[in-house]
Ligand binder design. Structure first.
Ligand code: FES
Length: 99
């Protein structure tokens, strides 16, 4: 699900379609959009699991809550709401491998 025809913001910029990987699973995304938005558009709401196994997902979408953190291969832990999609990026769900 993506917002289209927003009454104030209009149409979002549309990057080219690329493939990213979450726990080895290929997903379609748009280059340049926030990783969290791409995952949300693919129906993925869980970014990581707490030490006690509780699922957590994006909340603020402005880089403040850290609930969207995930492991990005080659970069370590990132905030997915602030990380733009790049072709072929490989993400992992910390604390579970489930999404
Ligand atoms: S959703 Fe809050 S920091 Fe990313």
């Amino acid at each position: 699900m993506r917002v289209r025809g927003h009454p104030v913001l209009g149409e979002p910029p549309r990057g080219r379609e690329v493939t990213i990987y979450l726990d080895g699973r290929p997903l379609s995304a748009r280059e340049g959009e926030p990783v969290a938005a791409a995952l949300f558009a693919s129906g993925i709401r869980i970014a990581h699991y707490t030490g006690s196994g509780e699922p957590r997902g994006p909340f603020c979408m402005i880089g403040r809550c850290t609930e969207c953190r995930m492991l990005l291969e080659g970069r370590g832990m990132v905030l997915t709401c602030l990380t733009p999609v790049e072709e072929g990026m490989r993400l992992r769900t910390p604390g579970g491998g489930k999404a």
